[in-house]
Design a protein around this ligand. Sequence first.
Ligand code: SF4
Ligand code: FES
Length: 276
Amino acid sequence: MSAGSQAEAAVSTERRASGMTFTLEIWRQRNADDPGRMVAYEATRVSPDMSFLEMLDLLNEELMRKGEEPFAFDSDCREGICGMCGLVINGVAHGPGTGTTTCQLYMRLFKNGSRIRVEPWRARAFPVVRDLVVDRSAFDRIIQAGGYTSVNTGSAPDANATLISQARAEEAMDSAACIGCGACVASCKNASAMLFVAAKVKHLGVLPQGQPERRQRGVTMLETMQEEGFGNCTNEYECEAVCPKEISTSNIAFLNREYIRNLVSLSSLRPLVTSE
Ligand code: SF4
Ligand code: FES
């Protein structure tokens, strides 16, 4: 082992024994009407192997021991699949990791003794409920606006009854990886939800099973996104940079093509529907 790596190993052993220390500036807000403010806390005895959420748990336990009110934050699976966790850490949605959710971010990525700012997603369509928790039900309404895919009920079809090429299945799976966390909205200066909507529209749109209702789906989901107060895309690419599932902005190009094509074909159908 080189002298440099020996010194690094010694520092890392020492940190594990004594723990790391951070000054956390955390957004506190009682409810949607409270203007809110940043409050500073000291987090001590933090293991470098703790996740960011475990470090917040530790701090909350300490606050409760002292009789102070813990702060609220969201989480569920803590393994990067549910999309519940979401914090702006030092100005970056989900913090400094790449392709990482807040729950999978580890404290060893931060400099011992540093200040860390922790804020909720900030977007008009995601109002703050309390502290670091925001209401993301606007995403649910966008999904509902997409409707459902018609199927003939009955016994389950054979798995190989509908042939799908490997390349097509991979393409659909890459889009289906979106966990609906909202980091794309939080990082966009327009608070646009285009990356989220595009991923949802594409993962069904490229598969044969998603062809029923395909024409309406892209249009209604995009229109609902606008009604919910999300902005439009102006090609900033911030969404792609912070997305924990590395959803590509090429999905947005797919969505734009779907929208224009389907809007034209739907508007040619609308007069027929009205005259009935
Ligand atoms: S596109 Fe990425 S950042 Fe946006 S909701 Fe889906 S997983 Fe989260
Ligand atoms: S808690 Fe489920 S993705 Fe982070």
